[in-house]
Design a protein around this ligand. Sequence first.
Ligand SMILES: *[C@@H]1O[C@H](CO)[C@@H](O)[C@H](O)[C@H]1NC(C)=O
Ligand SMILES: *[C@@H]1O[C@H](CO)[C@@H](O)[C@H](O)[C@H]1NC(C)=O
Length: 247
Amino acid sequence: MALRAVLTLALPAALAGPLYPACYTTCMATCLSAGAAAAGVVPPAGLAGAAACASGCAALCAPSCFADDTTLQLAELPRGSSAVKIGEVQTGKRVWTLQNGQPMPALVVENRRLEGSFGFVELAVVSEGMEVNITITEDHNMPRLRRPHPSASFSEEDLEVVLAKELMLGDMMAIHTPGGVSLGVLAGLRLVQKGVKHVLSTATGSVLANGVLSSTICDGREKVYNRSSWSMTLQQWWAMHAERFAL
Ligand SMILES: *[C@@H]1O[C@H](CO)[C@@H](O)[C@H](O)[C@H]1NC(C)=O
Ligand SMILES: *[C@@H]1O[C@H](CO)[C@@H](O)[C@H](O)[C@H]1NC(C)=O
């Protein structure tokens, strides 16, 4: 009976974010008693037994994230320098994000690489003939333009927050290309499974990933956040996490 409850609870989508400790405890119990497959974890190669469960459950229950092929711009490097792969970005470095419509450096406070089997959404965003792609986990918080939006210009006050899996073709997203800051239209959307994810957080809670404005908010659908407002969500995230990152 206990095991049945455990298996029901082990659904990863329902347990992302604030429920991490519950997810982890449940996952471990299932993995140790019924095996990794029952717990839905794919442990890294070379690990067995409790170590495999611990590593696999940590990855499964870890929050939303970026795919391995994500690139960021380091603020230390001159503008226009080539982008750096997310796996090479160290904590303590600064990467570009957008704030008040301008590119702005954000401190990287966490960057972890996790192996397993994760559901991602691959987005293709098109602006003025340029296409940029970004791949984030299904429960990743993303800003998009609130509708209806009557004017051609936009500010960050016009952005709301949705999970990546809730995005729809035609949604407008903020991007930064060599041409500057603009809105791009979501023109492609595909679910993909990948074996590696990166949990990256910045001090602002946001980052330009492959040039697309994205949150680094890993709480899934945290109730506290005012999701109809991107800037309020970032402020609320900050209030809850400043202490954790000792900033
Ligand atoms: C970008 O995403 C679209 C839609 O998912 C896909 O068809 C295209 O191949 C991707 N482009 C690149 C360069 O990965
Ligand atoms: C949430 O944000 C929107 C947009 O800024 C604002 O109109 C609304 O009052 C906010 N809601 C709450 C509960 O603060």
